[in-house]
Design a protein around this ligand. Structure first.
Ligand code: FPP
Length: 237
């Protein structure tokens, strides 16, 4: 397929509505949502995508009912512990972004261990945003530059302080479940991303749904502020 994005970011929305539609508890919606992840990572890898960033838990999600927060933390731990060996075997490097220090200490340990185990995997990088908020990430980056005494910040210096340091910006953002918002996700990094929204609920998001998003991306002309002729000329260089 031509014009494959290098980095896809996904807001995995609709687990709760999927559960309600199927007469199941919300936690079951999250469990089914987590089950989709492995297949989508594999599908991305097979299509040549090198990075996938998943919004798994926002800093605003701490405000959800305690039982749901606990269920999500358990699910995340279970996911990491049960999937990390498979990640190593399939060349999936794991990385977490967000305010990791706010997570339960056992989950922090699981994250560290999964990052360590998968550090040399090179086929695809799976980034999971946990306790993540774009505005706070930007504030952390500002504070870090101030602490270093930087007086003249540039986009490059700033990006190096973000949690996503060293990664390319997402080319394509997918949000499932028919919501048309960014919800404090990767505010800096999405500056030039193509946006794709689908009605499909995350637990129903499969390879076919992924291909529709990639096909839509392939039809977009990314001008980065230039005019069409310049973009065409650049492609011919
Ligand atoms: C949004 O759906 C989804 C979340 C807040 C959690 C996403 C988590 C997972 C898919 C599973 C855990 C992730 C990993 C990496 C193992 P919602 O609950 O807001 O759905 P609703 O809007 O229909 O209520």
């Amino acid at each position: 397929m031509p014009n494959i994005p290098k980095h896809i970011a996904i807001i995995m929305d609709g687990n709760g509505r999927w559960a309600a539609t199927n007469g199941l508890p919300r936690a079951e919606g999250h469990r089914r949502g987590a089950e989709r992840i492995e297949a989508i990572i594999e599908a991305c890898k097979n299509r040549g995508i090198k990075y996938i960033t998943l919004y798994a838990f926002s800093e605003e999600n701490w405000m959800r009912p305690g039982v749901e927060v606990i269920a999500l933390m358990h699910l995340l731990r279970h996911f990491l512990v049960s999937k990390r060996q498979g990640m190593v075997e399939r060349g999936v490097r794991f990385r977490a972004i967000g305010d990791i220090a706010r997570l339960p200490s056992e989950l922090q340990q699981d994250i560290k261990e999964t990052e360590r185990m998968t550090a040399s995997c090179r086929d695809i990088t799976m980034v999971v945003a946990l306790s993540y908020g774009g505005r706070h990430e930007i504030c952390r980056a500002c504070n870090s530059l101030l602490a270093k005494g930087v007086k003249d910040a540039t986009p490059e210096l700033f990006a190096a302080e973000l949690d996503t340091n060293g990664m390319p910006d997402p080319d394509l953002l997918i949000r499932t479940s028919g919501e048309y918002r960014i919800s404090n996700f990767l505010l800096w990094q999405l500056a030039y991303a193509e946006l794709y929204f689908t009605e499909t609920l995350w637990p129903d998001f499969d390879d076919k749904a992924l291909d529709l998003a990639i096909e839509s991306y392939a039809t977009r002309e990314r001008r980065f502020g230039m005019i069409s002729e310049q973009v065409v000329a650049q492609g011919e260089e």
